[in-house]
Design a protein around this ligand. Structure first.
Ligand code: HEC
Ligand code: HEC
Length: 341
């Protein structure tokens, strides 16, 4: 039960407003793992200032010195500006200070309150200018990613790993910029240090997105070619994979070289029969050999042999109906399947 006679603790005072004023991300952020549901991360939190201390300042009734809590929930900057402060004071019959202001900051910060306002505005102006720089880096990274995708669409060599990492970095930069810098509502004031950190991180990520996308687009010489598939004697001509059981219980596998000549090595995947996406690496290399001996796992197993070139792995082959077999949850290399030949 709410007891109106007992003052709220700091956390209760913050939770009062955080019933609605929460961050976009509740709990640990999947982006950076930090838990900052609402504004305990504010600088003034450490100085025992509840949200309502500055958004709902104590005001004094003109004439009889009665103090009460203002229910004009506004940015403190409004109280610190001669107008609307004067209209508010006249409407509700409350006092203003010598500068014509009602300062929510005066209980802790003495001196001219207009200077306190300038200081707060300077923090906001700096944050805004810095946020614009991140915004423009984000736009640049988007253009670079679009250039890479357009090149890919017209069949040019684009490094898929670099493109994927450009997209990831762009996303991570965007979330930080949006969540903590621009939509947090105080334009940096609630915690200038943390916002600065996040902004710098966002800027770095946006710049690295641009660098990766650009490098991936211009990789004609350096791009790793995609990998192929081993013959199945059906969709891909050649001698298919054979398996022989030795008296020791070990299995001997023999297969033919990949249909892509640049594939220098092979991975063997093992799965449980009946669960045809359960395959996981039994071995990520055969040292280039097209034969291998393995001790099988227990139960009924199936095996797939994939060619790879140390950067990409090729295809898991075709199912009976001609469709490509899906990847399992655990893999040796990222997959890029090229055309045979
Ligand atoms: C029941 C939900 C709720 C609670 C609780 C709540 N707010 Fe709000 N608050 C809102 C909504 C919704 C808006 C946006 C209104 C709009 O956009 O016009 C808002 C707007 C604001 C604004 C901006 C007003 C302006 O000038 O534009 C401030 C400041 C604010 N709230 C402070 C607080 C403080 C301080 C507390 C705790 C004492 C609090 N709020 C508790 C829902 C809530
Ligand atoms: C409950 C007391 C309290 C209230 C109320 C308060 N502050 Fe502060 N504030 C502090 C303390 C203590 C520090 C210094 C600690 C620090 O820098 O971390 C501080 C630091 C600051 C700083 C950074 C240091 C500086 O002077 O540049 C600014 C800016 C600031 N406050 C502005 C404001 C504004 C604007 C308000 C009113 C909206 C306000 N404060 C209300 C206690 C308070």
């Amino acid at each position: 039960m709410f007891d109106g006679d007992t003052p709220l603790t700091l956390d209760e005072g913050i939770a009062l407003c955080a019933q609605c004023h929460v961050e976009y991300v509740c709990g640990n952020s999947p982006i950076d793992g930090i838990d900052r549901d609402y504004f305990p991360w504010a600088r003034h939190y450490g100085n025992d200032a509840k949200c309502f201390a500055r958004h709902m300042p104590k005001v004094t009734r003109t004439g009889d010195s009665t103090q009460f809590t203002s229910h004009w929930l506004a940015s403190p900057l409004k109280y610190l500006t001669p107008e609307p402060a004067a209209t508010f004071a006249a409407t509700f019959g409350v006092e203003v200070d010598s500068e014509g202001l009602i300062s929510p900051c005066a209980s802790c910060h003495g001196g001219k309150q207009s200077q306190r306002k300038s200081k707060a505005e300077r923090i906001q102006d700096d944050t805004y200018a810095d946020a614009l720089a991140v915004e423009s880096a984000l736009v640049t990274s988007l253009s670079a990613i679009k250039t890479a995708k357009d090149a890919l669409a017209t069949g040019q060599a684009v490094d898929p790993v670099l493109l994927e990492s450009a997209i990831e970095d762009h996303r991570a930069a965007h979330v930080r910029w949006e969540n903590l810098v621009v939509s947090e509502n105080s334009m940096g004031f609630h915690n200038p240090t943390e916002v600065e950190d996040e902004r710098m991180t966002a800027l770095g990520l946006a710049q690295s997105a641009t660098a990766s996308a650009t490098a991936g687009t211009n990789c004609a010489a350096g791009c790793a070619p995609a990998a192929g598939v081993v013959p199945d004697g059906f969709q891909v001509p050649g001698v298919p994979l054979t398996v022989t059981r030795h008296s020791t219980g070990e299995l001997e596998f023999n297969w033919s070289a990949s249909c892509v000549s640049g594939d220098t090595d092979f991975a063997i995947y093992e799965g449980t029969l009946g669960s045809f996406t359960s395959h996981a690496p039994a071995s990520c290399t055969t040292g280039g050999a097209t034969t291998s001996i393995l001790q099988p796992g227990s139960g009924n197993r199936y095996y797939l042999v994939l060619p790879h070139n140390g950067v990409w792995e090729g295809s898991h082959g075709y199912r009976g109906d001609g469709s490509l077999r899906p990847r399992g949850a655990s893999v040796c290399y990222p997959q890029a399947v090229g055309t045979c030949g």
